[in-house]
Each structure stands twice: as structure tokens, then as C-alpha cells.
Design a protein around this ligand. Structure first.
Ligand SMILES: [Zn+2]
Length: 372
């Protein structure tokens, strides 16, 4: 978290002074943090001791620190990187942190918080093991060092600052979040189906023409744009579709975001042989509430497809259904047995967005699953 705030400050200094050496250093730090030391949820900080980074690719899922504040710091830093150099890859990471590790820091009722946001929890082990002492198995009301609760509230109530940045007569829209805003003489209103559907309707007004630079998310497939009902094929610059607009123009955005099965770099020991599910900006996880215990026993078969399942849970969200196998419950109590004797049977798992985990009581949770 302290590193994120420091890098955020460095980017502000680089923007104020134009110091090229500082910009280069920030670029190297970005590469290392986001390509070797970041969890798929946008979490950072592999170790509770020192609340710190450890070494490249060391990303344990159950003993990580991944503090809510650290992910907020990553979003803050991403926004400054966007101001220095508008590239959609910065916005992809900013969105990933905000929609996953930041949002998981607060409960659905808005009154309970996580400090540490692990990617795997077995509550009985977490209660007992010393190397899990930072892990809460349920969100709590408050902490002795309560940085995260006010920080997540501050971030959510100030979310507007993450949506747009401006350069002269060009406004960059980084996030698809419903909003109405005024930037100088430019007024923009946006309604959107995100994060469940890749769609947005944008209306603009203003005294003078301007350019709207719309982020094309890294996960978006088959982008389709219309301006005033006419299909548009704008230039794409660094992951942004550049649309020249004037008073009264209307933009319709459509893209597909099919569920994706992700693997990790083999250097990430803890994720070897595993897979996780993402859809658009959301990372999904399996919970005991939907799937019973022993989540790590499930073996995902990606070739059997992923189904999007609309549900009434949490006010109406899309679940994901995946298929694979689990060990048959034969009552076999042997601790060790000859390989291959374990009987496996076809099984399905229901996955919920990671940010919503642990809103239905304490239980096992995992983002990464074994995969064949
Ligand atoms: Zn904190």
C-alpha cells in the first residue's frame, strides 16, 4: 500500500515536472508490479509480514495480504499513469483492481469490511494456522488499524474521478459506469449495461466540438460503434476509439465479453495446473454456499464450456456454471491410497463474482481451480 501511494506521488511529480527519467522509472515499476507481482483480482502484496511484495511470481492464494488499501493505491496509480500516457492497458488494470480487490473489501450491506482479500479460504485452517493470522474468514465491523473501511468508502463515493481524464479538447472515457458529468463546456451522460453486458449509450453536448476517446477494454470482442445511428469505424489509438463529436451527438457502444478461462504463468507455483474464470472486468470464484465443501477437489474441464446463468442473487447478477469432475463420496477414509483408485464423477460448479464472496456466511472459497 505504501509503495502504491509512493508511486502515485511519483507520477504526480512526473506530470508536474515532465521529468523523463522519472517517467521511465514508473514504466519499469508498472511492468514489474502488474506483470509479475499482481493477483488476477488486481490485489498486490504477497506477504502479511511487512505488508509487502516478496519476489516475482510469488503469489500464494491463501496467505496473501492483498490489502483493500493496496488495490485502491493501484487504482490511484493507474489513473496517474493514464494522465501521463493514456493507454488502455493502464485502465484495464485500474478497472480490474476496482471491480475485484477493492469492491470485495466491503460487504453487500455496506457495514462490514475485509482488510486482507485472499483468493482462497478454508476457514478451519485460517482460524488455526499462524501464517493465516491476517486472514479474516468473514468481513468484520472494524479493525484496530482501520485504514481500509474509510478508504473503500472514500474511493466508492469518489469513483467519478476514475471515469474520465482530459487532454485539451479530447476527453478520455476509461470506465463504463453510468454517470452525468461536466468537463469545462463539455457535458456527457452515459448509461451502460456494464459489468453484465458490453453496452453503453452516451449523449454529449457542448459549445465547441471535441473528441471522445472511448476505451476499448482488453477483454472486449467485436466492438460495434454507432454515432447518431450511423455505424462508425474510428481510429483506435493505444486502445481508445477516437470519436470527433459535437453538440447533441449520441454514441452507441456494443461489445461482447464472453467468459474466459485463464491460466497463470507456470512460474506462479500456487496456480500451476489451475484455471480461473473471468468475464469482462469481473473475476469469478467458487463458494461453499453454492458447491459444498472441498472446492479444491473439483477439476475443471474447460472443453465442456462455460454457461452464463442469470440469477436473482444479490439483486440480480450473472453467475457462471462450469463442468468437470469431483471425487465420488464413497466413505473411503484412507489418507493415502494408490493413485487412480479414487473414483471421480461428473460435477458442475456455480461461480459468483469474487467481489461478492462471503455475503452468505462463512465458508470455503477459491478463485483458482484445478483444471485438466
Ligand atoms: Zn487498509
Amino acid at each position: 500500500m505504501r509503495a502504491m501511494y509512493f508511486f502515485t506521488g511519483m507520477a504526480d511529480v512526473a506530470a508536474a515536472t515532465g521529468n523523463e527519467e522519472l517517467k521511465k522509472t514508473l514504466g519499469r515499476l508498472w511492468e514489474n508490479v502488474t506483470k509479475k507481482r499482481m493477483y488476477v483480482t488486481g490485489g498486490i502484496g504477497s506477504q502479511g509480514d511487512g505488508e509487502r511484495f516478496t519476489i516475482d511470481y510469488d503469489l500464494p492464494n491463501d496467505t496473501c495480504y492483498t490489502e483493500t488499501c493496496a488495490a485502491i493505491g493501484l487504482a490511484m496509480w493507474s489513473l496517474r499513469m493514464l494522465a501521463l500516457d493514456p493507454r488502455a492497458e493502464y485502465a484495464d488494470i485500474m478497472e480490474r483492481a476496482l471491480y475485484n480487490n477493492v469492491l470485495s473489501g466491503i460487504s453487500e450491506d455496506g457495514e462490514h469490511y475485509f482488510y486482507v482479500n485472499p483468493l482462497m479460504v478454508k476457514p478451519d485452517a485460517a482460524h488455526f494456522r499462524r501464517d493465516h493470522e491476517d486472514v479474516e474468514t468473514s468481513r468484520v465491523k472494524w479493525f484496530p488499524c482501520a485504514c481500509c473501511p474509510p478508504n473503500v468508502i472514500r474511493t466508492l463515493t469518489g469513483l467519478g474521478q476514475y471515469i474520465y481524464t482530459q487532454r485539451d479538447r479530447r476527453v478520455y472515457q476509461h470506465l463504463y459506469i453510468g454517470n452525468e458529468t461536466e468537463i469545462g463546456d463539455i457535458r456527457i451522460s452515459c448509461s451502460t449495461g456494464m459489468p453484465w453486458e458490453g453496452s453503453a449509450s452516451i449523449r454529449v453536448s457542448g459549445e465547441k466540438p471535441f473528441e471522445l476517446a472511448l476505451r476499448v477494454p482488453g477483454y472486449a470482442k467485436n466492438l460495434y460503434l454507432r454515432v447518431n445511428g450511423v455505424p462508425a469505424s474510428p481510429a483506435i489509438e493505444n486502445g481508445y476509439a477516437i470519436l470527433p463529436l459535437k453538440d447533441g451527438d449520441a454514441v452507441e457502444v456494443r461489445f461482447e465479453m464472453p467468459p474466459q478461462v485463464l491460466a497463470a504463468n507456470p512460474r506462479v507455483t500456487e496456480d500451476c495446473g489451475k484455471a480461473c474464470l473471468v468475464r469482462g472486468p469481473l473475476v469469478y470464484c467458487a463458494e461453499e454456499a453454492d458447491n459444498g465443501p472441498l472446492l479444491q477437489d473439483f477439476r475443471l474441464d474447460p472443453s465442456l464450456g462455460v454457461e452464463i446463468q442469470p440469477s436473482d442473487l444479490f439483486g440480480g447478477i450473472d453467475l457462471l456454471r462450469v463442468r468437470g469432475t469431483r471425487t465420488a463420496d464413497t466413505g473411503d477414509e484412507r489418507l493415502y491410497l494408490p493413485y487412480g483408485e479414487t473414483e471421480r464423477k461428473p460435477a458442475e460448479m456455480t461461480l459468483v463474482p469474487y467481489f461478492l464472496w462471503n455475503n452468505r456466511g462463512e465458508g470455503e472459497m477459491t478463485v483458482w481451480m484445478q483444471a485438466r
